[in-house]
Design a protein around this ligand. Structure first.
Ligand code: 13P
Length: 251
């Protein structure tokens, strides 16, 4: 049985004080980490403080991006080693907003995935099709290629430890959610793709989240699907009450 992983991606929201207040409100109330993995994916400016605040609790902290190099002349970038150094445990890679707005490619996502494992971080690798690609019946091909390219060259154990987030671009921040059945169909296809290149054991172990307008009202139906092992949530993760309802549903 795969453990559900619920991650709140705050994107570019919350000042330090607001982030700390959120954690103070939720940290004693999230379910045990034995039952569900609860992750807050915060802006860089809040990471250090939130890691300190969540020590010994069931809340884990993730970053929204990183560079793949360890150090050097990369003005404005944050390295995997820096994240590890302050106690961050997860990193979101290849989010569609990074791909669309900041030039992230399958190649850089692959380098970052390798770098994450090298430094003991768990990557949450995002894939997903655009509206146009869905209209053209390209969903499976697009998603499958993104998955294979992102995980290229990883060991079987690393593939098993990867979290893949299927986030159809047309469902992000739009209020349009894929139906649970449609989301599950694509997640099952992702699992099949993992099976083809990394074997059955890896495919059974890898966790696949759905993301795109997930909220307390639809999360249970999504998490109830056979190939959906969690959720990557934007808007609905920003309020403590709503975040707690989401992680409860993951138990
Ligand atoms: O992009 C997302 C999470 O990474 C989804 O965002 P929303 O939940 O706001 O649609």
């Amino acid at each position: 049985m795969r453990k559900q992983v619920i991650a709140g991606n705050w994107k570019m929201n919350k000042l330090l004080g607001e982030s700390e207040q959120f954690i103070d409100e939720v940290k004693g109330q999230v379910p045990s980490a034995d039952q569900v993995e609860s992750v807050v994916v915060a802006p860089f400016t809040a990471l250090h403080s939130l890691v300190q605040k969540t020590k010994g609790t069931d809340v884990k902290i993730g970053a929204q991006n990183m560079h793949f190099e360890e150090s050097g002349a990369f003005t404005g970038e944050v390295s995997p080693e820096m994240l590890k150094d302050i106690g961050v445990e997860y990193v979101v890679l290849g989010h569609s907003e990074r791909r669309e707005l900041f030039g992230e490619t399958d190649e850089t996502v692959n380098k970052k995935t390798h770098a994450a494992f090298k430094h003991g971080l768990t990557p949450i690798v995002c894939v997903g099709e655009s509206d146009e690609q869905r209209e053209n019946n390209e969903t499976f091909t697009v998603v499958e290629n993104q998955v294979k390219n992102a995980l290229e060259g990883l060991t079987t154990d690393q593939v098993k430890a990867t979290i893949i987030a299927y986030e159809p671009i047309w469902a992000i921040g739009t209020g349009k959610t894929a139906t649970a059945a449609d989301a599950n169909e694509v997640c099952a296809h992702v699992r099949q793709a993992v099976k083809e290149f990394a074997g059955e054991e890896a495919a059974e172990a890898v966790r696949i989240q759905y993301g795109g307008s997930v909220k307390p009202a639809n999360v249970e139906e999504l998490l109830g699907q056979s190939d959906i092992d969690g959720a990557l949530v934007g808007g609905a993760s920003l309020q403590p009450e709503s975040f707690l309802a989401l992680v409860e549903a993951g138990k």
